[in-house]
Design a protein around this ligand. Structure first.
Ligand SMILES: [Zn+2]
Length: 403
């Protein structure tokens, strides 16, 4: 069972900053007990304290924060067109970054070389890092078996079938690796680094881009599931006879609502001779972009508007099912498609939630589109490593040998 100190450490980690009185209320303990427990965390240098001043206008309580210097970690985001690396402290403060252009069709060996080069350059960018690297967190956009550290498949990337990615990274860096889904990494960065988001203890962050993934928070903690595979909102089946999905099933949310699926639908209609203003904008249907589709839809083009509304309906269906199940107080839509078509997708998802979910679920629920934030992916990967580093350090610091 977790000790109060261990639970407190994680509460402070996820809140970024906390004051004792709030924590005492949350854990339902007396001020004296809270004071004793936080003193243990401070003495072990797991948390640090700032502020706590008295003035003529009253007393400002001290802020507790996880010790940023507890560890230094790297985050590596392996995306379809780029490998990006960052160096951060324990709490996700960016110290250095770098990126290498790449393609998903590269062999695994080349990608590992790119990872090494990106981390080296991120270190150079950081200048002097005041401690050793404790762990590397890696986020990948392919289909993963996180528990076993495998990349099972990556759409259009034949070299990436059943690759022992965690093992290969561990060998490359001679260091422990936290491998996870890139969507979950982004969700963690969004939840921890945006003050207006992290006050929500139950939230769903949906990434809508080439694929659709999610990070789920329940009672102030990220939920990973029994085999670390939770959050696959893009692969909720909404039509068993629907189009084939990249995962091999039919009719997943992603097969209707991903960026690629939406562009492909419009492209096919163009090729079949549909009437649309988009025809004058591109020489070939292969040049179509989501920005063109959104712009045409805003100007009333029926084909573009239908494509966006079909994507929005499918996405809304999946998100509403997740809301009905998890009862969050915040849903955040993010990613390239969400940013390009924010108004369309926000409206569709909100409508789906109100029509499919109980009023008790939608009551007070905030649905938002996250603004684009550079490095949310790689910083989230570093934060995933911080979760594992934190677990080990807390265990070690708070371990009491049986008497
Ligand atoms: Zn699927």
């Amino acid at each position: 069972m977790r000790s109060l100190e261990e639970s407190l450490f994680w509460e402070i980690f996820y809140r970024h900053q906390a004051v004792r009185s709030e924590l005492a209320r949350l854990f339902d303990v007396s001020a004296a007990t809270m004071s004793r427990s936080t003193a243990v965390l401070l003495a072990k240098h797991l948390v640090v304290e700032s502020g706590g001043t008295s003035s003529s206008r009253g007393r400002r309580p001290a802020l507790l924060q996880v010790n940023p210097a507890l560890a230094y970690v790297a985050g590596i985001e392996i995306d379809r067109d780029r490998v990006t690396a960052v160096i951060t402290d324990m709490t996700g403060n960016l110290l250095g970054r770098s990126g290498v252009a790449a393609t998903a069709s590269n062999p695994v060996r080349k990608t590992l070389k790119d990872c090494r080069e990106a981390v080296r350059a991120a270190f150079a960018d950081a200048g002097r890092v005041p401690g050793q690297l404790a762990r590397i967190g890696v986020g990948h956009t392919g289909m993963l078996d996180v528990e076993n550290g495998l990349c099972l498949d990556w759409e259009g990337a034949p070299h990436w079938r059943r690759v022992n990615l965690r093992g290969a990274l561990r060998e490359t860096f001679d260091m422990e690796i936290t491998l996870d889904d890139r969507a979950r990494a982004v969700a963690l960065a969004q939840h921890l680094l945006w003050p207006e988001y992290r006050r929500h203890r139950s939230a769903i962050y949906v990434q809508i881009g080439t694929g659709i993934g999610a990070g789920i928070f329940v009672n102030g903690r990220m939920v990973r599931g029994a085999t670390l595979a939770g959050g696959e909102i893009g692969h909720i089946v909404i039509d068993r006879n629907g189009p084939l999905c990249a995962c091999g099933k039919r009719g997943c949310v992603e097969a209707f609502a991903s960026l690629g699926a939406t562009i492909a639908r419009v492209r096919q209609a163009l090729e079949k001779g549909a009437k649309t203003s988009l025809r004058t904008q591109v020489k070939s249907p292969s040049q179509l972009t989501v920005e063109m589709i959104v712009s045409a839809a805003r100007q009333g083009d029926p084909l573009a508007a239908t494509a966006l509304s079909e994507a929005g309906d499918a996405l809304g269906f999946g998100v509403a099912n997740a809301v009905q199940l998890l009862n969050p107080s915040l849903v955040v839509l993010a990613g390239k498609f969400a940013n390009a078509a924010s108004d369309f997708l926000l409206e569709a998802v909100t409508r789906a939630i109100h029509s499919q979910c109980f009023e008790t679920m939608s009551r007070g629920l905030e649905v938002r589109v996250a603004p684009f934030r550079k490095d949310a992916g790689p910083v989230g990967c570093a934060l995933l490593a911080s979760l594992d580093v934190g677990a080990a350090l807390v265990q070690k610091a708070l371990f009491v040998p049986p008497s």
